[in-house]
Write a protein that binds this ligand. Sequence first.
Ligand code: M6R
Length: 366
Amino acid sequence: EKGGYAHFMIKEIHEQPAALRDTMSPHVDPENYTIRQQEMPLTREQVEDIAGITILACGTAYHAGMVGKWLFEAMARIPVEVDIASEFRYRDPIIRPGTLCIIISQSGETADTIAAMREAKRQGARILAITNVVGSTIAREADQVIYTWAGPEIAVASTKAYVSQVMVLTILAADIAHKRGRMSDEELRDYVKELLTIPDKAAKVLEMNSEIQRFAHKHFDKRSVFYLGRGLDYALALEASLKLKEISYIHSEAYAAGELKHGTIALIEPGTLVVSLVTQSKVIEKTISNIIEVKVRGAETLAVAFEGDTKAREEVKYLFTVPKTSDLFAPMLAIIPMQMLAYYMALEKGCDIDKPRNLAKSVTVE
Ligand code: M6R
């Protein structure tokens, strides 16, 4: 059932090119490079009426939501709140008229996410669910659903569900931006054309397997790992950090790189591993200056960048590269080496990877 793989997690990591393709295919027309409207949940009028978006989710799905926030704001210029479902439900939250509420959940059965969805619905929001499980509670109760077609995800650590959620958000952001006149037909064509290359590029990333395994072999004894990034790279850093801690039990934290000076840098000592995500061209230099700051304090530095990067390469000890694509699509590729890093660190430590201690696949109690 693991198809020759040692664990479901690594099998599912390798299924990501297919998960991305299967999730993308119903929504994009590969001949005309457009978005197929039959599968899109919102009409032009409905899109025009959106005053704001609230995204609710837990864990990895919340991290996908942070990518969504960035894309919706940058591309469609709609204000977005992204909230942890368990915080939202107990906060006496405010849902303004015209709010589209996007619920993200792999299982569709997470108790806090269900409760948050019901609260948003009670307050009058239109509910759009992104889920992987047909017929799940969230799929049944939402006004509309877009499915991720990742296939069953067995490992507790979410991998292929995450990239599929990000794929849906990436398509939805373009559809909304286009319908609101923020993206021309031509820009949409270029966007879809590049998006179509992502599954093959994800397959290329998987070829880094042995390089990452070697890196993990050298560094699995680390007590603490820090992940830094800005913008989409920060969203990515949060997910990379969660992956590492949940299966390898290595303490890790993700910081918006600009926050470093506001306290975190006190924790950097000789030998600390600092992983920087540097895929966003607008802020690369900024993050590189943070890399230099931790390096002079003795940190061991690893960066994840696009192929062809010349800036990060000069400053870090180790570099993992992913095929070049639009900055907007970076999370779907750059997360893959981070998932593999978590996996191989945990493997070196002899952890029970598919069933990490204290965790359940689906948190159906609050
Ligand atoms: O099924 P859901 O997407 O609602 O689950 C949400 C989280 O419980 C889940 O993503 C969790 O954080 C994973 N273990 C992360 O790998």
